[in-house]
Design a protein around this ligand. Structure first.
Ligand SMILES: NC(=O)c1ccc[n+]([C@@H]2O[C@H](COP(=O)([O-])OP(=O)(O)OC[C@H]3O[C@@H](n4cnc5c(N)ncnc54)[C@H](OP(=O)(O)O)[C@@H]3O)[C@@H](O)[C@H]2O)c1
Length: 241
């Protein structure tokens, strides 16, 4: 146990095959929850029951949530974490890139939230935590699709928090800055490739974009998610940057 108690709860974490999602799924399992971990190609590990799902595909989401429910019962908590990122100037943002990012980050959050809201309302209890980004609150160059998708996630969080206020279902968002995961490593290689900077210089550039001047630890994001899951705050945005 890690100081949080989720015994008796079934938590679904999307994007649970690596990075922030895997760390949140592990923390939920440590806290005693039954955990369904969704990703396109995730492998189960003790305490995390992996289910294949493309969160941007409505039929795939329907199948995955039905399977999660069949295996572990009513879903009490959902962490919408699955996400993809890529950078490109607007003129080189292809239709495919735009659609993939919006489908995964924004439509995925909508589809998964819609999949659980009925049972949460029925039981007058539910927690939905959306992993957005500081790119959901501020603009930045060369990430129009990502930024638009994460602004959408923040708008969706605010709308749902208002819609379900007082129902026992709480919906909140976490807005991390650059965080130590594979996704951030990709951004490092992209800067190296485009500018000829060394990997260390690229990391320093990304760190400098966070208000703290530091890369955020995955553990900090996990703590924020666990506090939302075990508390009763609604409609809040936790900035960890
Ligand atoms: N790292 C950062 O600097 C940072 C900063 C702010 C916000 N965030 C947000 O935090 C979340 C997690 O990011 P991360 O850094 O942990 O990324 P990551 O290491 O790249 O992991 C992304 C996860 O999402 C899953 N995923 C991607 N597309 C999916 C899809 N269509 N359906 C289901 N699962 C999908 C991946 O699994 P599969 O590939 O197996 O599907 C993987 O488990 C994302 O929403 C990201 O935007 C990250």
């Amino acid at each position: 146990m890690n100081g949080f108690d989720l015994r008796g709860r079934h938590v679904v974490v999307t994007g649970a095959s690596r990075g922030i999602g895997l760390a949140i799924a592990r923390a939920c399992a440590d806290a005693g929850a039954a955990v369904s971990g969704l990703s396109r190609a995730g492998a189960s590990e003790p305490g995390i029951d992996a289910i294949a799902c493309d969160v941007g595909d409505a039929a795939s989401v329907e199948r995955a949530f039905a399977m999660a429910r069949e295996r572990h019962g009513t879903i009490a908590m959902l962490v919408n974490n699955a996400g993809v990122a890529a950078s490109a100037p607007l003129g080189r943002t292809s239709d495919e890139l735009w659609q993939q990012i919006i489908a995964t980050n924004l439509t995925g959050t909508f589809l998964c939230s819609r999949a659980v809201i009925g049972e949460m309302r029925e039981h007058r209890f539910g927690r939905i935590v959306n992993i957005a980004s500081i790119a959901g609150l501020y603009g930045a160059p060369y990430i129009a699709a990502y930024c638009a998708s994460k602004h959408g996630v923040i708008g969706l969080t605010r709308a749902l928090a208002a819609e379900f206020a007082g129902s026992g279902v709480c919906i909140d968002a976490i807005c991390p800055g650059y965080t130590e995961t594979d996704m951030m490593q990709q951004a490092v290689w992209q800067i190296v490739g485009h500018t000829g900077a060394s990997p260390e210089e690229a990391r320093a550039q990304l760190a400098a974009m966070n208000p703290s001047g530091r890369i955020i630890d995955v553990a900090t994001v996990v703590r924020g998610a666990m506090e939302f899951l075990t508390g009763d705050r609604n409609g809040e945005e936790l900035v960890l940057a």
